[in-house]
Every structure is written in structure tokens, then in C-alpha cells.
Design a protein around this ligand. Sequence first.
Ligand code: GLN
Length: 465
Amino acid sequence: MIYIEDHWQGLFLKPQQLKKWKKYANSADKKIGAFLQFKPDLAHISSAEHGELEGVPFAVKDNIAVRPFKLTCGSRMLKSLNSPYTATAVKKLQARGGVVVGKTNLDEFGMGSSTENSSLAKTVNPWDLSRVPGGSSGGSAAAVAAGIVPFALGSDTGGSVRQPAAFCGVYGLKPTYGTVSRYGLVAYASSLEVIGVIAKRVDTARMVFSIMHGQDDLDHSSLEYQPLPEVPEHLTVGIPIECSRDLHYDIDKSFKKTKDTLGELGFTVQEISIPSLDYVVSAYYVIATAEASANLARFDGIRFGERAIEADNPEELILLSRSRGLGDEVKLRILLGTYVLRSGFQDQYYLRAQKIRTAIRMDFEKAYSGVDLILMPVYSYPPFKFGGDGLDPFSQKLADIFTCTANLAGIPAMSFPASMENGLPIGMQFLAPPFGEELLFKACSIFEKIFPAPDSPIYSTEWSE
Ligand code: GLN
């Protein structure tokens, strides 16, 4: 089987080709700003490593540790931090010959849906340079859509792999919680997040996942991947009735078209209900901010990153370092998280959110007794313009409804390019039961045959000719 197009195979073993690719990659990245660090020469070419990825370049979101690159998380706080080690997921890909060529831009610590919350750089959408690439893994999605790399890693806490992939017209896989080690991923909301992959082809995403997954002694929440015993020949897809409300016109149009196309492709399509969907955004933002407030306490100006050396005492040192080092969205979330966890109020917020989380899980369990997969839009809006385009930060959070559902339930989901509307790619997603990744790959591959990821205006393979 061909997992990755020929021009990527063994690229790092062919000096002439490599030179041409570097030139292309540099000029493409000048237009879109996907990378915080693009240094193929830092890569310590793993030429000794043979495997499916021998000499194949890939990019990594800058909240995932890779030595000897930096690990900035898009934050002023960590802008000069050199990564002391390499994440397990990355090590596994390197062991099969993959070569990390750079670190990609993101919303600070993964908090956002547009990559505009990066304190370090601006990334634009390869389809329209006046629009955002989505987020928080916007740099990874833009790099793939521009054809700089065949795949890139991201993290998905509430949609950060699937939403930017949808905005940039490529595939985004959020695996089952725990199947990919989080060792080396800088924690935002630990109970929700997982490392995922953004790719130009379904088979590439599938191969990358097959290499990355597995239990890891360095992450106690990691699990052995136990794929569902069989993938049915004929797939039944459930469409939640709750999904059709409050969609932007273009998303609604694409959602309807996708349903029709699935029917024509031989899927059985039927309506289902996920009643708890109304509560997921509230539950997600309570849990995510509560965990973030605890996880980000470690950035105190003492152990990591920027330190306010002029401070007279430790308290002032922490206050000054955090005030200067962290961006507004991060501060907002730390405050929200502290608020929902304050003593005496946990029942009202955090515990209630956990109950909703259980209800969501049960709604999905029930739904999967009748269908193999569920289809949902990825985001309620198409790729928007910088500055929000009428979509303020609060509305951006409300639009996370379809993605953060999978994180609360811990289930796998994959976004795929479903159609083009007004010159912009629109993504839909399949959700599967736990360990149902093969169902996602199968359904996405069937759709890919009639609608492969379209090439963005920046995308080119001329360097390989
Ligand atoms: N947009 C969501 C948030 O801001 C998703 C983030 C993510 O998955 N890292 O929390």
C-alpha cells in the first residue's frame, strides 16, 4: 500500500531533491508563517533508522517536546526554552525514519481556535491569506495544506487538531484518549487531550497513528490500543438532530451535501439524538479551565522560562514573571479555572461539569448501539478573517460545540475535507466508539475517493520534478 506520495519517500536521502524542497518550503512558509522554527538542518537525520517513514519530513506543534528544538508553546514565557527531551510519540516516528524539520505555531498553550492567541507569530490560511488557519494547531494544518510536509503533529484538547485541519482543507485525527502517550506534551487540560495527526491523505494519517499509539510507562494514563474486533463491510452513520441548529449557511449547506453523498456512496444514514449536546460547551470550559489553572501554575518564572530578575522577593518575582510572560487569553482561563475551583463552589461548577461529562458518554454509548459512526460538522463557521470577522472570542468558544464533545467522551474522531464553499474548504467529522479508529479511516477513505483533499493555492509539488 502507498501511504505517502512518492515525492516524500526518502527525501532526506536525496541531496538534490532536498535542496529544492528546502527552497520551496522556505518560500511557502514566508507567505503563511506556519513555523516558529524551521530548521531541517537541526534534524539530526535519522538515516540509520529504516522504516515506513525513512527520510520523510514532518512538523511538530510547538507544545510537543523535540530535542534539540525549542519548546515555546507560543508563549512569551517560554520563548527561549530549549526542549530538554523528546516526546514519546515523536520518538516513535523518528525510530521509523521520520525527520522533524521544525516546530509549528499555535494559540498560546493550545488555548484558542484561530492561532491568533500566539504571542510569537502570525500564521495565515493557505487558502486565503486574509483568513485564520484555525487553531490551536494552526501552524501544523497550514504547513500540511501548503505542501511543506506530508503530515504534522498537533494536540487536541477540544478540537485543536480537527478544526484547523478543516479550515485548511486537510485531514485531522483525534485518537481515543490515552492511546497516544502524552509524555512530552505540555499539559493544558490533561483529562481531555491527546496528540493527533494532520495529513494530506487518509492513509498517511493512518500509518502515523499506527506508529504512534501504544502504552507508555512515562504516561500513566496511556493505554494499549485494542482495535475493535471487526470493521463492518457496510457502515451505518448516525446524524444527531441537534447538529443542524445555529450553523452558518455554508456549513449547513456542506453538512446536507455530505449526508446526501454518504447515502449515494452506500452508507446507511439515519437520524439519532445526543440530548446532552446542549451542555457540552459549558462543561468543557469548566473542566478545561479548571485543569489549566492547575497545570499552568508551574510557569512561575523560577523553574522555566522568563524571569523578572529585578524583583525584590519571590512573590514579586512570580507576579511580574506571570503578568509579563502570559497572554490575555491564558490569564482569562487561569482566572476562570480558579473561580470554578474556589472552595465551597466546586459542587456548583466542577462536579456538575463532571456529571454532564458522564451524561455525554452515556448518550454516545446509547447511540453506538444502533450506528457504527456519527457525522457532525467540525465548526459552526467557515474559516474567518483575522480579528474575528464578527466572531468574538466568546462566539468562537460556543462554536467549539461539535469538537469538544469527542474530548469529553474520550472517543476518537476524524475531520475530513467535505466540500468547497465560496472558495474555502469546509470540513465535517466522523466520530467512532472508543478504539474505533479503523472505522474512521475506512469511512474517510471512501469519501476521499470522490473528494480528495483539494490543493490550496500555495500547494505545489514542482520542487520534486
Ligand atoms: N478551541 C478550544 C479551546 O480553546 C480547543 C483547544 C484545543 O484543543 N487545544 O480550548
